[in-house]
Design a binder for this molecule. Structure first.
Ligand code: PEP
Ligand code: MG
Length: 307
């Protein structure tokens, strides 16, 4: 029930007074690129290889990444390195079953055990990026500490990749966002996993939907802390979890200082229209009210009262 501005359902994301909030697409391959997007905020590369018994070769990866980069000349593409684990298995990683897969060796943690897979992927991304005009950023999933972030950004730089960041999906990383930004060029908040780990609530469990509601005060507080760290460091902080696709919540995120929102392409028009109907000052007021609320219901009511 947010106010919308119909006239602006194409073009870049902006508040009513022109403050830019990039509206980017979440994709799994070049096939998901539909319509005219500002760019890609989350390229889930693992989805390309879910049925691969053998590791994808560097050339095979270069071809897949080139297909995406070449479709977006002059636009941003944020590539996430393989996000796999016992809960999202890639057959070629040959991971043993784990008692708690969501808490096991997944995301960047796989690279510790198997550094060759990350090195090959970074080399392929760098080769594809060099041959295209897209603005390629690279980020790692499931980072928990500033030391892990520093190790990852160093690996990216060694491959000549100029924009290296991390996803914030683990509360420990959100609490140390400022320290992570000493090395990382940007943060992207994966609010699906950040909710799961903050509330100790399996994201696949429908019975726990109440805890996984993005309007939960604890999640909003963590997002606010990361956004503030980004503003202080002068570095971009985006959101690429499902929460970015909620038009009302997008106003909260813009008001907190989040600089880009990435979502399924079909969700972009509604978020664009909501942003276009509110000034940045209104978004800030909405964010302040949401931050002060003690329950998700109160945060939603605060939005209705503020707009
Ligand atoms: C997230 O966790 O919010 C996210 C965007 O990554 P995925 O949904 O692929 O885990
Ligand atoms: Mg995630």
């Amino acid at each position: 029930l947010v106010r919308t501005a119909r006239a602006s359902s194409t073009g870049p994301g902006r508040t009513a007074d022109g403050h830019p909030v990039a509206l980017l697409a979440n994709i799994g391959s070049a096939r998901d690129l539909t319509g005219d997007v500002e760019g890609v905020g989350l390229f889930r590369t693992e989805l390309l290889y879910l049925d691969h018994a053998d590791p994808p070769s560097e050339q095979e990866q270069v071809a897949a990444y080139t297909a995406v980069f070449s479709a977006l000349p002059g636009r941003k593409v944020v590539v996430r390195t393989l996000d796999a684990g016992a809960d999202k298995p890639l057959p070629f990683l040959r991971q043993a079953p784990e008692p708690n897969p969501a808490l096991g060796v997944r995301g960047l943690r796989v690279a510790r055990r198997d550094p060759g897979v990350l090195a090959t992927q970074l080399a392929a991304i760098a080769t594809a990026a060099a041959a295209c005009e897209a603005e390629v950023w690279v980020m790692a999933p499931m980072v928990a500490t500033a030391a892990e972030a520093a190790e990852f950004t160093a690996a990216c730089r060694a491959h000549g990749l100029p924009a290296a960041g991390v996803m914030i999906e683990v509360p420990a990383a959100a609490l140390r966002a400022g320290a992570i930004l000493r090395d990382a060029d940007f943060l992207s908040l994966g609010t699906n996993d950040l909710s799961q780990y903050t509330f100790a609530a399996d994201r696949m469990c429908g019975d726990l939907a109440e805890l996984l509601d993005p309007w939960q005060p604890a999640l909003i507080s963590l997002i606010a802390a990361c956004a503030a760290a980004g503003l202080e460091a002068g570095k971009p902080v985006g959101v690429c979890g499902e929460s970015a696709a909620d038009p009302g919540f997008a106003l909260v995120l813009a008001g907190l200082g989040i600089s880009s929102l990435s979502m399924a392409p079909r969700s972009i028009p509604a978020v664009r229209e909501a942003l276009a109907a509110h000034t940045l000052e209104e978004c800030r007021r909405i964010a302040k009210a949401a931050l002060a609320a003690d329950t998700p219901e109160a945060a939603r009511r605060a939005l209705q009262k503020t707009i």
